[in-house]
Design a protein around this ligand. Structure first.
Ligand code: FES
Ligand SMILES: [Fe+2]
Length: 459
């Protein structure tokens, strides 16, 4: 069953705005990327001003600060911001510095209070950022409190994610993301999903090495050979869409190669049964899937699907039925969105793969010390947890000892690969990289980096 908005979605994605690999318009010259962007200190300093001080970036989740007075810190480089929920329920962003003499207001990472009181001379600010009290007013003399509130910055939310933009002239988040991204993501009800994995640690590579690594499937043969069983990188099936600064790649989940006649129902079923290794949310779908394939079982135990039925279509049915029964509204999602891996990069650093009921986010940021050879990577998985399953909500794990966190296999492989690339990139005689056509999203990302670095955007 598909609503009108679903049809629009498919129409936009398939016919008008999305294109196949061959039609993306990228040629050899824009598949070339300079290497100084990964290693040069000067480049990193300019990037800080031209990209990180000017773009909307994911700073947390709304459900991290559910109650009035809840707040959390967001840091980018040495810049510290407070995200606070007011008594009116609204989330606001402030520079974490007192407007008296600049003392840091909050030294913790999160908390709850009705007022922010600066410990230096006891100026206090309410949750709306207004100056509401000063220590020893007799020593302060006349002062117009309404002119000395906290410095406010732009904050907005999308799908339960709080975004922040340090630029005082930031365009609204919805304009920055663009209509397509907002409307594509809305029916997933991302704000209803809960974290089931939340890990952050320092990594020995540039933040763009991380962004690059998650925007292409070309490295599957080399780095994740076991995924070949469940992911087919097919240049004739993957569809691309480049809304504004962002990109979207859809690799239809269909393990059968177009021209592989030896691939039957049992191979398809085996691939779907192996999916939870990559998409853990599928584990909850498998019981319904097993029921749906039962009628197609032959006397010898093998399976055969008639015309019009496939493992993919049954997986879509099972996903819709399971999620609906457990209380998640998926009525706005297309069948494609049930099964296919939709990969989004929201510029600059929000990479997300999303299917109905689950999403996985890779969020690398520059290292606070400014060293371009390092970054902080923040990896989170969100899933639909039916009522009563709150015990599965994950707390943030800050990894101190490199290599000590047990990532799942594919993520561990990427975790080990990325610093190796950075080691190679540090060689100063290597001036440029040459991308493959399959890496068109990487190329698009770097073309947007170039635009921002040249100041050629209206953000
Ligand atoms: S610096 Fe905050 S009260 Fe003086
Ligand atoms: Fe990978």
């Amino acid at each position: 069953m598909q609503s009108a908005s679903n049809e629009n979605y498919i129409d936009n994605l398939r016919r008008e705005k999305s294109v196949g690999m061959q039609e993306t318009g990228f040629n050899r010259s824009n598949l070339s990327v300079s290497t100084d962007r990964y290693t040069s200190k000067e480049y990193a300093e300019r990037e800080r001003e031209m990209i990180w001080m000017k773009t909307w970036q994911a700073a947390g989740r709304e459900d991290e600060i559910p109650n009035a007075g809840d707040w959390k810190e967001y840091r980018i480089y040495d810049q510290s911001f407070l995200l606070a929920r007011g008594s009116d329920g609204k989330i606001r962003g402030f520079v974490n510095a007192c407007t008296h003499r600049g003392n840091v207001l909050c030294t913790e990472k999160k908390g709850n209070n009705a007022r922010f009181t600066c410990p230096y001379h006891l100026w206090s600010f309410n949750l709306e950022g207004n100056l509401v009290g000063v220590g020893r007013p007799d020593l302060v003399g006349p002062i117009d409190k309404s002119e000395h509130g906290l410095v406010q910055i732009s904050v907005d939310s999308m799908g339960g994610f709080i975004f922040l933009n340090p630029d005082p002239n930031a365009e609204p988040l919805a304009d920055y993301l663009g209509e397509d991204v907002v409307s594509f993501l809305k029916p997933y009800n991302l704000d209803k999903l809960s974290p089931v994995m939340d890990v952050r640690e320092s990594l020995e590579c540039n933040w763009k090495v991380v962004v690059d690594a998650f925007q292409e499937g070309y490295h599957i043969d080399g780095v994740h050979p076991e995924l070949l069983q469940v992911i087919v990188i097919d240049p004739f099936r993957t569809r691309y869409n480049f809304p504004k600064y962002h990109n979207l790649a859809v690799a239809p989940f269909d393990v059968k190669h177009a021209n592989d006649t030896s691939f039957g129902a049992d191979q398809e079923i085996a691939a779907i049964r192996a999916l939870p290794g990559t998409f853990p949310g599928v584990a909850a779908i498998l019981p319904a899937f097993e029921q749906l394939i039962t009628p197609y079982q032959q006397a010898d135990g093998s399976h055969q699907f008639p015309e019009g039925v496939s493992g993919r279509s049954l997986l879509q049915q099972a996903t819709r039925a399971t999620l609906t029964a457990s209380g998640l509204d998926v009525s706005g999602l297309t069948d494609d969105q049930m099964s296919d891996n939709h990969g989004y990069l929201l510029f600059p650093n929000f990479f997300m793969t999303v299917r109905a009921g689950e999403c996985h986010i890779i969020l690398p940021t520059p290292h606070p010390d400014g060293d371009p050879n390092r970054c902080i990577w923040h990896v989170t998985s969100y899933m639909w947890l039916p009522p009563g399953a709150e015990a599965f909500r994950a707390e943030l794990v800050e990894v101190e000892e490199p290599g000590s966190y047990p990532y799942f296999l594919a993520l561990q492989q990427d975790y080990e690969q990325m610093p190796r690339q950075q080691k190679g990139l540090r060689n100063s005689l290597l001036k440029k990289l040459t991308l493959a056509q399959e890496e068109v999203c990487v190329a698009h990302f770097h073309s947007v980096v170039d635009q921002f670095m040249a100041g050629q955007t209206n953000s």
